[in-house]
Design a protein around this ligand. Structure first.
Ligand code: NAP
Length: 310
């Protein structure tokens, strides 16, 4: 079995920051990441609100820097292994992936969130064939094409603006007549001539033959049904927490986010949570990184106390 003092589940900004702090404090640390290290920034075009980068930094570059910094201090990073379950056992935790079981004296859950789905007919059928949850990954396929973005939060607006680099037209379909996104983003989107807003409207179905061709829309105020021909649809309607692997060991809020105290402690001693998977957090890069540092510090104290007890 793979053993470590600390296993961090999730290799996004929170997890990798925990790894930097823990391994720099000479704690034997393993990060288990379900895909590639980096987390949400890998899927983000450009980060312009992270302190210390006045000219901004590309998401993938930021992710790479976090990874190399964690490795520099000795953290081991295991990739492409989704963690299925975390169990409390004598003197620590078993962390089970499909292929391996790891043992750790302390665990930090930094698993973030997954995109929420619209749950409308056609969404699953056309995923990868015109339905996308990642503009950075798929945007370039839509050069001179018409796309729709669903949602009114920061993600929808940031990515709608990004998609105007490629697409000839970007419709933003939002269920209300006001955006949730921050004002600076709203202003940029409103002044972008390629973006057209479709207010008070939800997507009823996604249709096409081999690829997406048409959206059926419903105006929630007038109940009017309309059709919008598009080549692609990018769905940014928020996210759901990846917390199921510890649901028996932590308290979850009504939306499934993990409840911690200010020291990132969950209700199980030795089990901490950090970043977007945590309840009641601002869900920004800067806060994820802060959570990660605090969680590592709490884990370090916990591990120190274990040594005193034995
Ligand atoms: P979000 O803030 O939760 O926004 C989700 C949007 O989708 C809302 O406009 C919501 O409408 C809409 N929506 C939710 N369920 C829907 C449904 N079933 N059908 C249609 N529309 C639906 O999510 P997010 O934009 O992904 O942002 C998540 C967090 O990351 C936020 O804290 C955000 O500030 C942060 N973030 C920040 C930046 C940045 O700082 N630049 C960039 C990206 C993300 P309502 O408005 O009507 O609820």
């Amino acid at each position: 079995m793979n053993e470590a003092d600390l296993v961090i589940v999730g290799g996004g900004p929170a997890g990798l920051t925990s790894a930097i702090y823990a391994s720099r404090a000479l704690i034997d640390t393993v990060v288990i990441e379900k895909m590639l290290p980096g987390g949400q920034p890998i899927l983000t075009t450009f980060i312009e609100n992270y302190p210390g980068f006045p000219d901004g930094i590309s998401g993938p570059e930021f992710a790479e820097r976090l990874e190399s910094q964690a490795k520099k201090f000795g953290a081991r990073i295991v990739t492409s292994q989704p963690v299925r379950e975390v169990l409390q056992v004598d003197n620590g935790f078993e962390i089970k992936t499909e292929e391996e079981t790891f043992f750790a004296k302390a665990v930090i859950i930094a698993t973030g969130t997954s995109p929420r789905k619209l749950n409308v007919p056609g969404e699953d059928t056309f995923t990868g064939r015109g339905v996308s949850y990642c503009a950075v990954c798929d945007g370039a396929f839509y050069k001179d094409k018409v796309v729709a973005v669903v949602g009114g939060g920061d993600s929808a607006i940031v990515e709608a603006i990004y998609l105007t680099r490629f697409a000839s037209k970007v419709y933003v379909i939002h269920r209300r007549d006001q955006l949730r996104a921050e004002k600076i983003l709203q202003e940029r989107a409103f002044s972008n001539s390629k973006i057209t807003f479709v207010w008070n409207t939800v997507v009823q179905s996604i249709d096409g033959n081999r690829r997406v061709e048409l959206l059926k829309l419903r105006n929630v105020k007038t109940e009017e049904i309309s059709e919008l021909p598009v080549d692609g649809i990018f769905i940014y309607i928020g996210s759901t927490p990846n917390s199921s692997m510890v649901r028996n060991l932590v308290e979850l809020d009504e939306n499934g986010f993990i409840i911690t105290d200010n020291f990132m402690k969950t209700k199980t001693p030795g089990l901490f949570a950090a970043g977007d998977v945590r309840s009641n957090t601002f869900r920004q890069l800067a806060t994820a990184v802060g959570d990660g540092a605090i969680a590592a510090n709490s884990a370090e104290k916990y591990l120190g106390e274990l040594i005193w007890k034995h």
